[in-house]
Design a protein around this ligand. Structure first.
Ligand code: ATR
Length: 279
């Protein structure tokens, strides 16, 4: 008798443009694993209910994206150290006894993309992060673990940047800076856009003194064409301007490893997805 495929999904709102189903199917093919992976849009107020239904239907786990990462974290009885520091989770494992384990692979995914795929040495780099939402909280500790020398956070709402800096200040050099001071600061080795401005089609007013030709610019968001931040970075003629596609693939690879105990070849999947996006 044919056995049923293992069931997975990504849950968000909106979710229709998610690449996660294609990414996980490509990983699964590498190991001949038979799985289903759907993109499910949960109503804003019904995340917990949606999760319960999927558990009852025998799903093995889910990825979680905007705006449910905090709720995903709250539902779990086991929380890994990365999700604890981020207060958010992008990967859930449904256990046999109906309990849920929460992981956060976003930050490690970013570091893996930068250091392994893009071969960037993060050691001793000075980093400026724009934004202070959930996505930013998740990347601070993995960047510090990778050896960056300092992280400065600037956000439209200063109090949020200050709160994150305070939370992580016991680990190392993490600062918050008022937006009004940005035109007067020296440049950074790396500039990361962690704002969601591009989702709503808004552009950021970024002073050009923040970068030099050697600065690495990285947008946590990705899109088929250059994001507004990547376009801005290219206009400044910086050495490297990347969007977050690599981070998306690597956070998925880490989630896949948690679920299947197998390490997929993410470079081959990255090529496959880039081809899909360009077709
Ligand atoms: P996510 O989970 O993707 O991080 P979030 O927690 O809603 O989403 O955070 C969004 C971040 O983008 C915030 O830092 C937000 O700034 P505020 O804290 O001031 O709201 C930032 N952001 C969104 N739109 C922006 C815009 N047009 N200009 C500047 N910052 C923006």
């Amino acid at each position: 008798m044919m056995s049923e495929p293992l069931k997975f999904a990504v849950i968000g709102n909106p979710i229709s443009h998610s690449l996660s189903p294609q990414i996980h199917q490509h990983f699964a093919q590498q190991f001949d694993i038979d799985l289903s992976y759907e993109a499910i849009e949960a109503p804003e107020e019904r995340f917990a209910e949606t999760i319960e239904q999927l558990q009852q239907k025998g799903y093995h786990g889910v990825n979680v994206t905007v705006p449910f990462k905090l709720q995903a974290f709250d539902l779990a009885s086991f929380k890994d150290s990365y999700s604890q520091l981020a207060n958010a989770s992008n990967t859930l494992v449904f256990n046999q006894d109906n309990t849920i384990a929460a992981h956060n692979t976003d930050g490690q995914g970013l570091v893996k993309d930068l250091s392994e795929t893009k071969k960037i040495n993060l050691k001793d780099k000075t980093v400026l992060i724009l934004g202070a939402g959930g996505a930013v909280q998740g990347i601070i500790k993995p960047l510090l673990d990778a050896g960056v020398s300092s992280i400065t956070i600037s956000n439209r709402t200063y109090s949020k940047a200050h709160a994150i800096a305070k939370k992580f200040s016991s680990y190392a050099e993490v600062f918050a800076i008022q937006q009004a001071l940005m035109p007067y600061t020296p440049s950074f080795d790396m500039l990361i856009n962690g704002t969601s401005a591009s989702i709503s089609g808004e552009t950021l007013d970024i002073p050009s003194n923040l970068v030099t030709k050697n600065t690495i610019c990285y947008d946590l968001m990705y899109s088929k064409t250059d994001t507004a931040f990547v376009s801005w970075a290219k206009e400044q003629k910086v050495a490297y301007a990347y969007d977050g596609l690599g981070m998306l693939i690597e956070q998925a690879a880490l989630a896949f490893s948690i679920w299947h105990d197998q390490k997929p070849n993410s470079i081959s999947t990255h090529k496959h997805i880039a081809t899909l996006l360009n077709s």
